[in-house]
Design a protein around this ligand. Structure first.
Ligand code: HPA
Length: 274
């Protein structure tokens, strides 16, 4: 058996041993600001990443680094509490591994959220954006290297990586909750530096509405193995150069906290509906 499938199957078998015959309905990968939602999962099974064979381990101090599997809005979800970022030094295939494990566990839907810098000048910090597409110009890719054909095709389509039906559910749920939901394109930057003002101007010219340092590796992995994905970004700050002020992490955290209630209501309502 191929080495990747061997590693994935060992991770899968370990997780199955912990959760019994619970069938996981949706995967959740939550960005900064929304991680606390994992605490709302009822009847939870916690599985530390370090106990799962071949699973990456979070290096950031104070980060939970565990899977939380349990009930949210009446659905069984598997949440990564502690996400893996490229800027932390993980290779893209490592970031993809948990998504591929989800696939083997039968997960068919994935919700990803993130904090992002707002490139669209008509918007403001605190706005939520349904991700309709992304741009990744750095050459690295989680599927670079030998293709595992039991997961997906060597050359795979990305035109519905952000699933149109799930997007429609997100629109409808936002509307019924009275939450204004923008829509746009998320552009991936490797970080950990914030973008330069010139990079942000370039992103706008290329068609980006938001910039950020996460999500895209996971979404590419999900598209490869056929997991349907919906992504929502929180515009935590205007991207570099748009305002005269400099960027800092405090603003990102503050805005994230300010809209957390809205953001989690929307995510819950999407889970309830799909
Ligand atoms: N750039 C990249 N990532 C981010 C930003 C930003 O301005 N804000 C929050 N995450």
């Amino acid at each position: 058996m191929d080495d990747l499938m061997n590693r994935l199957n060992q991770a899968k078998a370990y997780i199955e041993k912990q959760i019994g015959d619970r069938q996981i309905y949706a995967g959740l990968i939550l960005g900064s600001g929304l991680g606390a939602m994992a605490e709302d999962i009822a009847d939870p099974v916690f599985i530390p990443y370090k106990d799962i064979p071949f699973f990456p381990v979070s290096t950031a101090p104070g980060h939970a680094g565990r899977l939380v599997i349990g009930e949210l809005e009446g659905k069984t979800v598997m949440c990564l509490q502690g996400r893996f970022h490229y800027y932390e030094g993980y290779s893209m295939d490592i970031i993809a591994f948990p998504v591929q494990v989800m696939k083997l566990l039968g997960v068919q839907r994935l919700i990803v959220t993130n904090a992002a810098g707002c490139v669209n000048r008509a918007w403001e910090p605190g706005n939520l954006m349904l991700i309709t597409d992304h741009i990744k110009l750095i050459p690295d890719c989680p599927l670079r290297g030998k293709n595992e054909s039991s997961l997906g095709l060597r050359f795979f389509d990305m035109s519905k990586a952000y699933d149109p039906e799930l997007a429609q559910i997100a629109r409808e749920q936002a509307k019924s909750l009275g939450i204004p939901l923008k829509e746009g394109v998320y552009m991936f930057f490797a970080g950990p530096n914030f973008e330069t003002p010139a990079e942000v101007r370039a992103a706008a010219i290329l068609g980006a509405d938001a910039v950020g340092m996460s999500t895209v590796p996971e979404v590419i992995a999900a598209a490869h193995c056929g997991i349907r994905t919906v992504g929502i970004s929180c515009m935590t700050n205007m991207a570099a150069g748009i305002l005269s002020q400099t960027l800092n992490e405090e603003e990102v955290i503050e805005t994230g906290n300010r809209v957390r209630g809205q953001f989690s209501a929307l995510i819950r309502s999407i889970i309830r509906t799909f």
